[in-house]
Write a protein that binds this ligand. Structure first.
Ligand SMILES: [Zn+2]
Length: 137
């Protein structure tokens, strides 16, 4: 099936301005500002530089008109940008972050259960081999 050109991924937008900011940790980041028109339909969790979907907000504040000023950073390539985004964009980012947190908690629960099962199996083998003595407690 041929795809219409409009369905192709968009080329990355050109930054409006770039400046360096020193964070309280002492780390210096490069902040890329985009115009509002360019930012309106972007999916904020997607990094335009490396394609990672792990972009996270570092700082945020609400504007008087209900939009959000965000400082975003990609943990994969360390690209940072600041911009003003719509409520819908921020809600989609929040949903994506919530999904990521749910996935991490699920993985943690599975890993914890697997570690517990392994510990119980080691304990049973030690009991069967008479390697556990009353002095051990
Ligand atoms: Zn990136």
């Amino acid at each position: 099936m041929n795809r219409d050109q409009s369905e192709q991924p968009r080329a990355s937008v050109q930054p409006q301005a770039v400046r360096r900011v020193v964070l309280p940790s002492g780390r210096t980041i490069e902040v890329v500002h985009f115009s509002d028109a360019q930012a309106d339909d972007r999916v904020l969790c997607d990094c335009p530089a490396c394609g990672s979907d792990l972009v996270q907000p570092l700082a945020w504040s609400q504007t008087a008109d209900g939009r959000w000023n965000l400082l975003l950073e990609c943990p994969n390539c360390r690209r940072s940008e600041a911009g003003t985004f719509t409520r819908t964009q921020v809600e989609r980012l929040e949903d994506h972050l919530d999904d990521g947190l749910t996935a991490m908690i699920t993985e943690l629960q599975q890993l914890t259960q697997a570690n517990l099962v392994a510990a119980v199996e080691r304990f049973v083998r030690a009991l069967e081999a008479d390697q556990i003595l009353p002095e051990d407690f």
